[in-house]
Design a protein around this ligand. Sequence first.
Ligand code: 13P
Ligand code: SF4
Length: 365
Amino acid sequence: MQTATIKFERFQNSADEECQQRILAAKEKLGDRLVILGHHYQQEGVYKHAHFTGDSLKLSRHAADVDAEFIVFLGVHFMAEVADILSRPEQIAILPDLSAGCSMADMANLAKVERSFRELNKVLDFDQEVTPLTYINSAADLKAFCGEHGGIVCTSTNATKMLEWSFARREKVLFFPDQNLGRWSGYKMGIPLEQMPVWDPDQPMGGLTEEQIKNAKILLWKGHCAVHQMFRPQNIIKFRNEHPEGKVISHPEAPFEVCLQSDYVGSTEYIVKTITDSAPGTRWLVGTELNLVNRLAERFKPDGKIVQFMSHVVCECSTMARIDPQHLAWTLENLAAGNVVNQIKVLPEEARLAKLALDRMLEAS
Ligand code: 13P
Ligand code: SF4
């Protein structure tokens, strides 16, 4: 039975503890009509309510597999869009706070990508020579662009594999929006740095000469994650001087020099798994978002594992943090009362083309 939508103002000033009780009660009421997917960067107060946790790849697979009527995404906007695209039409994807975006995803938009496509077409035959490859951290219309132009999506787990997929079809790749993930993945494949120039979408011809474009293997979109950009090679040097036995692990969104000096580089799920599988008493320096690092530090304290954050400044993803117990309680109580709030719905044609690119990734990985 539907009632009038409950306004968020009624939750805004509620204490976390009260919200926890309300979340549990609404979850109980909704039963298996509800699945909550939680990204590793989420704050503890909501993360603990997730039915499934993971990195972007793992959560996309869950979104494609689950049967629940409501898929509530504890993450950012592009993740809820992917859940909507990969789930069945009658399932409903929800983001508890619509302002939870990804600042890196916003560094590329369709107008700029289409302008880049037109400019590259002046010196190349784009659809014959260039595979557009978008990081999953991008809006649905960019995934649709890739679907339409023979391209594909990647995550931080499978970027190298998706580059191989791309090069098996065309000789060049336009990689957006994260230059760091593109550069690190290309480097691991043995592509020289000079064949991976940065394409600046705000400059005519990306700021490159015709020769640079023709010589390029990967054109790296000028975009980055402001959170991971804070990590520095000096953080690693200091750690190694103080703890020569320690290990360093970073997310591939970190700057190239940081990845180069790390012992391990991989997705959030890979970071969780690597530290989980390490021996008791080991010490780790971790270059990724603070909520995840704090969770790992707490979790492994009893095993004598020491998990340290890579930076001396706070690197929290402020948009991930927007999903708090207040927004989750508000969302679930509305669902339990028969009101859908904050549904994420991608336009049908855009969803169809984006799904092409996502399905290519899921098949290839
Ligand atoms: P993962 O897919 O590794 O979880 O990365 C998502 C993300 O946004 C990292 O900043
Ligand atoms: Fe986006 Fe960076 Fe936040 Fe990940 S950490 S969601 S890339 S802004």
